[in-house]
Design a protein around this ligand. Structure first.
Ligand code: PHE
Length: 363
């Protein structure tokens, strides 16, 4: 019997050693220690023995069970470790790989252009300022020297909020009230841009009731029209990513600037399409208007509590949607705000394409 048990142990240990995987090992365990396993059967047979027999054989059978149980546990741990090592070797992560473009969303062209503007103007020392979209008519009109009789104040051009208010409440018709809010809360020198939503009672292929503008404002000592022109030229060259952008300043009128200038950029016609750069008064070129600008009117500076003899500045305002259309080639404004995913897929930007001056703002 003892020799039988010794032989059994030797065979079982060999089988355990030979088990090449966890499944094979478990098969050996079931054979030995399962419900009808060899060792289990031996243990059961103890019950039928006389006390003397049990005393004689019991320790050897229990010893066998313990030895086999321990050997299986050891082998199991070794196999699991080998399994883990193999997985670690197989599933290494290459940290140098670029992130997977699994991001399904895309950046709206308006947001992209706003980021490009912030990047360009930050480089020129401008901060980004914001103001409320629901404005009172003092900030939107009066402080900007827009007289009561100005057509912009009429109901058919401007959205007024219902109800009685000390100052009539409007959806801001331009970003220019941010000029007022900034001058009233910040001591000059001031250099800001203010991108944001604006509202007018207007709707066709190139006008939507809600649209986007960016305002620019500089207030300092000794500011001239030359500073305005250089800033706009630098901005437009950086934005369109072309050195051959040409500007034309056309005398114009805004109540809040004096003198005022409408700014046109030159385009050339290439394959029937207008491309920004060169052009102007050339044979296959022309001008298109991109923004309004001028030297801040002394009355506006005074309305904000500053002395116009001490402080001067320039301001400009520009349609962001229009800038996006010119740069990225959309010819209809309405789909900007339709929420059509096919349009977004076509014109949207990867959120990993963050505009930087070094990589080209509209990379
Ligand atoms: N606010 C003007 C507009 O909406 C644009 C502008 C801004 C013009 C600043 C001059 C200076 O048309």
């Amino acid at each position: 019997m003892t020799t039988d048990l010794d032989q059994m142990q030797t065979d079982m240990l060999a089988a355990i050693d030979a088990a090449s995987g966890l499944d094979a090992l478990d098969a050996v365990r079931v054979q030995a220690l399962g419900k009808t396993g060899v060792i289990t059967t031996l243990l059961k047979s103890l019950g039928a023995m006389t006390p003397e027999e049990r005393q004689a054989k019991g320790p050897a059978i229990h010893g066998l069970r313990e030895a086999i149980t321990a050997a299986i546990a050891t082998r199991k741990a070794a196999l699991e470790r080998a399994d883990l090592d193999a997985r670690l070797a197989r599933e290494t992560i290459d940290m140098t790989l670029p992130a997977e473009p699994a991001l399904v969303g895309s950046i709206h062209p308006v947001s992209q252009v706003m980021d490009e503007l912030a990047e360009i103007f930050a480089d020129l020392g401008f901060a980004v300022a914001t103001g409320p979209e629901i404005e009172d008519d003092w900030h939107n009109f009066s402080a900007l020297n827009i007289p009561e009789t100005h057509p912009a104040r009429a109901m058919h051009d401007t959205f007024y909020l219902a109800g009685e208010h000390e100052r009539p409440i409007v959806l801001r018709t331009h970003t220019s009230p941010v000029q007022i809010r900034t001058m009233m809360t910040q001591a000059p020198p001031i250099r800001i841009i203010a991108p944001g939503r604006t509202y007018r009672s207007d709707s066709d292929a190139t006008h939507t009731p809600m649209f986007h503008q960016v305002e620019g404002l500089v207030i300092d000592k000794g500011i001239t029209l030359g500073h305005l022109k250089w800033t706009l030229e630098t901005f437009l060259k950086a934005f369109f990513e072309r050195d051959d952008v040409v500007l034309r300043l056309r005398p114009s009128y805004f109540p809040f600037t004096e003198p005022s200038a409408e700014v046109d950029v030159g385009f050339t016609v290439q394959n029937g399409k207008r491309v920004i750069g060169g052009g102007g008064d050339t044979e296959n070129g022309g001008w298109m208007e991109v923004l309004g600008s001028g030297m801040v009117h002394p009355k506006v500076i005074a309305a904000c509590g500053l002395d116009p003899d001490e402080w001067q500045g320039f301001a400009f305002g520009c349609g962001i949607d229009r800038l996006a259309m010119l740069k990225y080639g959309m010819d209809d404004l309405r789909p900007f705000f339709d929420g059509d995913l096919r349009w977004m897929k076509h014109y949207g930007f990867s959120c990993l394409d963050v505009p930087t001056l070094s990589a080209g703002v509209g990379a």
